[in-house]
Write a protein of this length. Sequence first.
Length: 132
Amino acid sequence: KNKESEDVILQIVNYQSLLENYRDKLPLLDEAVPSSPGLAKAVEDVRKIASSSGLLIDTMSADSIKFTDEVGTGEIQTFNITAASKAQSAPLSTFISAVLVQRRLKTFDSLDITGGVDGELTINFVIKTYYL
């Protein structure tokens, strides 16, 4: 019985130690997958990245999100940001890299690139954005 008690206490101490090790990183998790959709901020982030990368956004839209007063289930949910743009290949590469290194978790659900006149590309993409 004493051995079992010691094992349980040791396990609790180990969990406390792990929590202390990761305590400073917990806010980063909330930035990566926030507890609310933050739709306007996510769209604005994509717009700013596109602008600073040299991507000209023609159209942009986001999925509708149903807001409720209920507490979230803790399951990961998503919404899509869809856009059509034009750019050369270098700005497109810069844009993709910048989206993927943001703290907020976003993935490209689709990326369609069509060549055009003078090396200008027509780009249609869907970015999936995550929240709890």
